[in-house]
Write a protein that binds this ligand. Sequence first.
Ligand SMILES: [Zn+2]
Length: 145
Amino acid sequence: MRPPRDKKLSPFRQRDDQLRQGRAAAPTLRTACPTATVVNVTLRFLTPTLPLHADQSFALYPAARAYFSYPCPYGDCDGVFDVSEPAGRTLAREKAQVAGTLTCSGLRSRDGLVRQSCGLRVNYTISSQHESAGAVTPGRRVSGE
Ligand SMILES: [Zn+2]
């Protein structure tokens, strides 16, 4: 399936552009939080009907952009899950792990239907690991998945 080449952007293209721009503008994790060695984000979608959406998990390392917005997995939804606030709490070391639920505020445009609010819920879990000052083993590695 080829994307349309029209000039006016669809809501999905706009969302993708916003995500891309937001990520490009975000500082790296190393800049945002020099002590963080890895941030793990897990999204578990609570779909009321089939098909289920697979869990998504992301591991951010210091060179990655500290950007915590993820598109709604529905292909016809323009929503974004923004977990930057809870992610900031783990980066600030308020908590090692933060979990919560978000509801998609995007609109879905299915064939033949007026655009409807999405309302997909997601359980998120965010955890971060930090170097503990003075106790860093040289050459220590954090293994990814
Ligand atoms: Zn959605």
